[in-house]
Design a protein around this ligand. Sequence first.
Ligand SMILES: C[S@@+](CC[C@H](N)C(=O)[O-])C[C@H]1O[C@@H](n2cnc3c(N)ncnc32)[C@H](O)[C@@H]1O
Length: 233
Amino acid sequence: MPRASRLRSSEAIELVRRGWDRAASFYRPPGAAYHDAFGHTRSEYAAWLDVLRWEVEPHAPVLELGCGSGVPAGEWLAGRFDLTGVDVSKVQVDLARRRLRSSRILHASMTDVAFRPDSFAAVVALYSIIHVPLTAQPRLLKAMYRWLRPGGLFLAVLGEGAYTGVGRNWLGSGASMYWSHADRRTYARWLARIGFVLLRRSFLPEGRAGHALFLARKPFDRSSTPGPAGLRR
Ligand SMILES: C[S@@+](CC[C@H](N)C(=O)[O-])C[C@H]1O[C@@H](n2cnc3c(N)ncnc32)[C@H](O)[C@@H]1O
């Protein structure tokens, strides 16, 4: 098994791509009661996403990075917004394209895509940036900031603690998998330095560990004042 510290960025992304191609079928929802690899249910996902229902206009353009097979977040987003999904795994992309027929699903690494500035009302990335090599993440977060419209929201599951490593037999698929993330304080600092206003950060417990859910806004302008839903504008 490759040592994470020895991997070049492109090698790490390739390992993730191959890993998810193999693991995709192990991650699919078992019937209606969807459970993901971290044990979260469809209704928990809906609760995380719910803020977009109030803060983003129906049919507005929304980007999901690491959309996976299109459930549960993709389905939720596609039902309300004009969704563009991006995923590095072709197997995941094919599943998402079958599920989300009216959405544009791009097969690419999120580190390689480019959109015009101010393109999206929200960028969503649940458990996906944590597979991107840490050295590439500040640049990626800056790009997302550019792609967001003023006032746009960034919703992401990121690291609670710092970790970079490779695991074997991901989800019982036999494939190796790579993760790389900073801790929640580092992410908060990076986001603030880029210009985001951090609206909310919550801990998502998963067994003995967990991840951090971040909600941040690209300011409408430089002066940020509280908005109607109690969220800072
Ligand atoms: C844990 S799954 C999460 C899927 C979905 N966001 C969810 O929460 O159910 C991670 C997804 O991110 C994708 N991914 C990982 N690294 C990526 C990258 N560099 N570019 C695009 N997608 C990536 C994987 O292929 C996989 O489908």
